[in-house]
Design a protein around this ligand. Structure first.
Ligand code: SF4
Length: 373
């Protein structure tokens, strides 16, 4: 839980569920096999043999286990191919690492269980491994008790970390005066199939409706809008309960395929719907009917893919044409302008003083008026 997050479009974050059953930002077994086989083939092995070796090394293992064991796997494969030098085994380990792009998943790899280090201390606030989706009841209620921010400015603050470092949280003037905006589920996906609807009803919907919860706006993000729509239907038909006004339904879109899933989000009877288009990895055209807010950003991390600013402008223009609020969150690690990579001091591209002026747009949706008391 963070009651003062650096994420630009909200005040706080909360995770009633930790872990996730994956998405294209977290490798499947097939993706790992393909990446490994590709690297082995690069090293001069026939495609058939490369594939057989890759299957024997990782098939059936959870992605977390493959990540933790990547140096061991690389050594074994290097031995099997007769190319066990550090350059080749390093390239095999790097091919595995490249598929791990989800920030929440990477944090779990560092904080959770590592089978290669059985004595390592794990952080109890995380799922044991990212794939072991785990419920944390009570977190939402704790967040609900945080103070009401209605009418308050969001000035920059300085916080001291446990290690004694000064951490500056920049101001967010675009949130000034609004109730507290709480981002639900930034460390996993609460709509993973393993999470029962009963739990989502009591832990999320139930808390959002309580008097303390009703003072805030909760923004629930998923990459599974079809399951969110199914949950909304269950809530109505099985529980006779309406979707709370102050619970914003949000879906992630990173490419054209996910853009088509926005139809499912439209089936959620929320007073406000929003999209997080981050990391945007290709130009997308999105049907924005019924959508109130679009947040866009590039990819962060050492293996970040390029973020062509023309894609952000296209999205901004689509939003303008439909009267949808547009919020440029950050440009990521590799923003590209006219075919050239921009060199920014901020590695996340989060300092908009470094951006082209026409992308310094952080609009808040008019629909917020519908969800506030
Ligand atoms: S937490 Fe989100 S980004 Fe990470 S693997 Fe799950 S759905 Fe993908």
């Amino acid at each position: 839980m963070s009651d003062r997050t650096k994420i630009q479009w909200c005040d706080s974050t909360i995770n009633p569920v930790m872990g996730c059953q994956g998405c294209p930002l977290w490798p499947t077994s097939a993706a790992l096999i393909s990446a490994l086989a590709g690297e082995l083939k690069n090293q001069g092995i026939s495609w058939r043999q490369a594939r057989e070796l890759a299957v024997s090394a990782v098939d059936g293992l959870p992605a977390s286990a493959v990540y933790h064991g990547r140096h061991f796997i690389a050594g074994e494969l290097g031995g099997a191919t007769g190319r066990g030098g550090s350059k080749d085994t390093g390239a095999i380990a790097a091919a595995i690492e490249a598929g791990f792009r989800c920030y929440a998943g990477l944090l779990h790899l560092h904080k959770g269980k590592d089978p290669t280090q059985p004595t390592k201390r794990t952080n109890k606030g995380y799922a044991p491994t990212f794939e072991q989706v785990t419920c944390f009841p009570g977190r939402m209620a704790k967040m609900a008790r945080k103070c009401d921010l209605t009418g308050k400015p969001r000035a920059a603050t300085t916080r001291r970390t446990n290690a004694g470092q000064e951490n500056v949280v920049p101001g967010k003037p675009w949130l000034d005066g609004l109730p507290r905006l709480v981002f639900v589920s930034d460390m996993g996906d609460a709509l993973s199939a393993a999470v029962p609807f009963d739990y989502l009803e009591s832990e999320i919907v139930g808390v959002v409706r309580t008097p303390p919860g009703d003072r805030h706006i909760w923004l629930w993000l998923t990459k599974r809008p079809a399951r969110m729509a199914e949950f909304a239907r269950w809530l109505d038909s099985e529980q006779g309960a309406a979707w709370p006004n102050n619970l914003v339904a949000m879906a992630s879109v990173i490419d054209g395929r996910m853009a088509r899933a926005v139809d499912h989000l439209r089936r959620v009877p929320a007073a406000m719907r929003a999209l997080s288009v981050e990391p945007l990895i290709e130009p997308v055209k999105i049907d924005l009917r019924g959508i109130d807010w679009v947040i866009v950003g590039g990819e962060s991390g050492t293996s970040a893919r390029p973020f062509d600013l023309a894609w952000a402008r296209q999205l901004r223009d689509q939003c303008r044409a439909r009267g949808v609020a547009f919020f440029c969150k950050q440009l990521g690690r590799r923003p590209v302008e006219d075919g050239l990579e921009l060199r920014l001091r901020d590695k996340h591209g989060g300092d908009w003083g470094e951006w082209p002026e026409d992308l310094r747009v952080r609009e808040m949706p008019r629909a917020l008026a519908r969800v506030t008391r």
